[in-house]
Structure formats: C-alpha cells, structure tokens
Write a protein that binds this ligand. Structure first.
Ligand code: FMN
Length: 386
C-alpha cells in the first residue's frame, strides 16, 4: 500500500509483500512485440529491454508461452524449452546489469491459441477431407488413404535390403498408414535394375525384417511389392514363386514404359481386375492413364472407371497426384479408395500431416532419385517443424 507523498508516488521506493525492493513505481508493462521469431526470444530484445531498464525498476516481459499450445500470436517468445530459457538469459542479464528487476510473464492464450486453432482446423479438415478418412481394407484398418507408392531407390546393394532403409521407411510411416515397398525381385532373374532388393533368399527376407519391424513399431502397415521385370530383366527366365503373406498387384497396363504398351489396355485391365477380384486379394493398385512413364504426365480423357467397376475390393490409384485437392477429389467421387503417392512422399516424409495442415510440400530433387547415397536425397528431406 502506498503511503508516501502523492506527488512522488511514481518515483519512490516500494517494498512488495514478497520483500522485493522496487526503487521506482514505473513498471514496464508486459508488451507483446511480435519479434521473437520461431517462438524464441531474439538478441535484439537485449537492447530493447536494457533501454527500458532503470536502477531498481521493474520490467515485466512480454507474454511468454508456457507450452507449444499456448501461443496466441505469431512471433511471441516461448519459455517451455531449454533453448527458450537460454535465449532469454542474455536479455535478463542485460536488465540486471542496468540494475533492473525482471519478471517473466507466463502465458497461455487458452482457446484462442494458434495450436488450438490449428487443431480445430485439423479436425475440420479431417472431417471434410475424404483422403484423410479411415478405411478398412480386408483385415487392415487404415487411419487414412494416403499410401506410399512403391519407389525403387536403387540403394539395396547386392540385391539385399540395407539398414539405411529402416530409417527411410520409418520416416514415411504413420500410425495406421499403408506403405508399399519398392519392387522386390522374386528371383535372381527378376531384377531389371541394379541395387534393387530381392526377396528370393532367406538372407533377403532377413534383411527386410528390421525394416518391416521399424514400420510396425511406428504403427504402419507394410506390403511388399513382388516383382519380375520380365523380358527387361538382367537374366530372363521364368518367374519363381516366393512365399509372401499377401499378394496384391500393381498395374500399369495403360503405360507405355519399356515398350510395354498394349494394343487394348482397357480390356486387359478389366479382365485382370475381374479375375483378381475373384481371388479376394487385398487391393488392386493401378497407375493413372495420364502417366506415360513414371515421370511424364500427359493430358488424356482416359479413366480407370471400368477397372474400378470390375474390381470388387480395395481400389488404389497412383500417378501425378501432387496436389492434395486432386487426390481428395478422386476419393470423394468414389473413383478410388486409396491414393498412392510417389514423388511427393519421397520428398515429404510426413506427407499425411502436411496434407492435414495444408502445409507447403518439399520439392523433390530428381537428381538424387537414383543415387546410392544413404542420406542425401533419401533420409534428409526436411520434416515439418510445426
Ligand atoms: C524414383 C522412383 C522409383 C519408382 N520405383 C517404383 C517401384 O519400385 N515400383 C513401382 O511399381 N513403381 C515405382 N515407381 C512409380 C511410382 O510408384 C509412382 O507410380 C509414380 O512415381 C507416379 O506417382 P507420382 O506422380 O505420385 O510420383 C517409381 C517412381 C519413382 C519416381
């Protein structure tokens, strides 16, 4: 309680109930200045607070978020991480050097926080986005319809899956998300490219095991794409069978890749879809007709509707889906149950989350698609940092 001269009440000493002696009653009120990039107090605040410090004067910091979910404005400082505390230290030291007293205003902006807004937005987008709705495929419960398309990465030395693939597949795993492995040769004669993994020997299966375990640890669902590259194989001869739990094919009957074009791809596709439908396989994965090769996209009125109708199980499409809305539309229209993403998933380990937040996507670097570096262009694509 003030008991000095009314004229001098702003400049007289004050002793609070906690016995903190404040020389002046002029206090710097907490003022959010929105200059704390990345929720971290910045060096330019040292000068700012120092300038406002008087000997024995009290300064209350701008509102500082106590958790990731606390922030209500951009560029406000946080104080929930060690780095945040360290970032505040030179600012507080500056105030102390000038003899000031510094209090940190702790803050949670409650239901108006960015994160909560974001969560609400996520909930809304989850509801409105067909692509991110759950799906039951045979005995598998998928939490969303974004699938990792099979992508040969040519890093499986000696035709054997390598330990660096553990991280690569793990990074692309989400709880309840489906991943299709890169094409895996079913026999010595099946391989059509160097450094593709095999699955015809016990050692091959053992090499795959920690990769599959990694995916399972993260709650993902892993299917192995079995492959025989046919007449383009290194050593051509008949395919052998390899025992693998579930066989589900990838069709590229509409592509003309390695001169694989067919004179009547639609009838072929419908025939295959009908026949496989009767076998009760897990899914049918088809490349969109617009994909001339896995890289080139052409305009076409051709569709997969006839194959979709002919196949009674889970229908998965792939090819040229680089845009969340387009993929969402195909699911919403009922033209596919699942969408497999190739290059977008290659470059965006946490693709479903980016879709959920409508966050920008990393661009893929084509020059590192097929290099054998275990890190560059493989496991070093940045995650979202929020
Ligand atoms: C680097 C690279 C490797 C690929 N490897 C495979 C593969 O092993 N098996 C396969 O069926 N398709 C493979 N594809 C094709 C993709 O699964 C996918 O169908 C194609 O990239 C088109 O989809 P996108 O436009 O989403 O990239 C590969 C594509 C790329 C770019």
């Amino acid at each position: 309680m003030y008991n000095g001269s009314p004229m001098n009440h702003f400049i007289e000493q004050y002793e609070s109930t906690q016995k903190k002696k404040v020389e002046r009653r002029v206090v710097l009120a907490p003022l959010s200045r929105l200059r704390s990039y990345n929720f971290t107090a910045q060096p330019h605040a040292i000068l700012y607070y120092k300038q406002r410090t008087t000997k024995g004067g009290l300064l209350i910091s701008e509102a500082s978020g106590i958790s990731e979910t606390a922030q209500g404005l951009p560029n406000t400082p946080g104080i929930w991480k060690k780095e945040h505390v360290e970032a505040w230290r030179p600012i507080v030291d500056g105030v102390h050097e000038n003899g000031g007293i510094f209090f940190c205003q702790l803050w949670h902006s409650g239901r108006v926080s960015n994160k909560m807004k974001m969560q609400k937005k996520e909930e809304r987008s989850m509801e409105s986005m067909a692509l991110l709705t759950p799906y039951n495929m045979k005995n598998f419960h998928l939490s969303h319809r974004v699938v990792l398309a099979p992508l040969s990465r040519l890093r499986s030395y000696n035709f054997t899956a390598q330990p660096h693939a553990i991280l690569y597949y793990k990074q692309r795993t989400t709880k309840g998300g489906l991943l299709i492995s890169e094409a895996s040769g079913i026999s010595e004669t099946a391989q059509g490219l160097p450094n593709t993994p095999g699955i015809w020997k016990k050692e091959h299966v053992e090499a795959w095991r920690p990769i599959v375990d990694g995916v399972h640890e993260n709650g993902g669902i892993f299917f192995c794409q079995l492959w025989h590259s046919g007449r383009v194989s290194n050593k051509t001869c008949g395919a052998e069978r390899s025992g693998y739990e579930i066989i589900s094919p990838t069709f590229s009957n509409l592509m003309d890749y390695n001169e694989s074009g067919d004179s009547d791809p639609h009838s072929l596709g419908v025939y295959m879809a009908e026949s496989l439908s009767r076998l009760g396989i897990a899914y049918c994965h088809v490349i969109e007709p617009r994909m001339v090769t896995q890289f080139e996209r052409a305009e076409t009125c051709d569709t997969l509707v006839s194959m979709r109708k002919a196949f009674k199980g889970t229908f998965m499409v792939a090819g040229g889906y680089h845009d969340r809305d387009e993929a969402n539309r195909v699911v919403k229209n009922g033209d596919a149950d699942l969408v497999a993403f190739g290059r977008a998933f290659l470059a965006n380990p946490n693709l479903p989350r980016r879709f959920m937040l409508n966050a920008p996507l990393n661009k893929y670097d084509r020059s590192t698609f097929y290099t054998d570096d275990p890190v560059v262009g493989y496991t070093d694509y940045p995650f979202l940092d929020y």
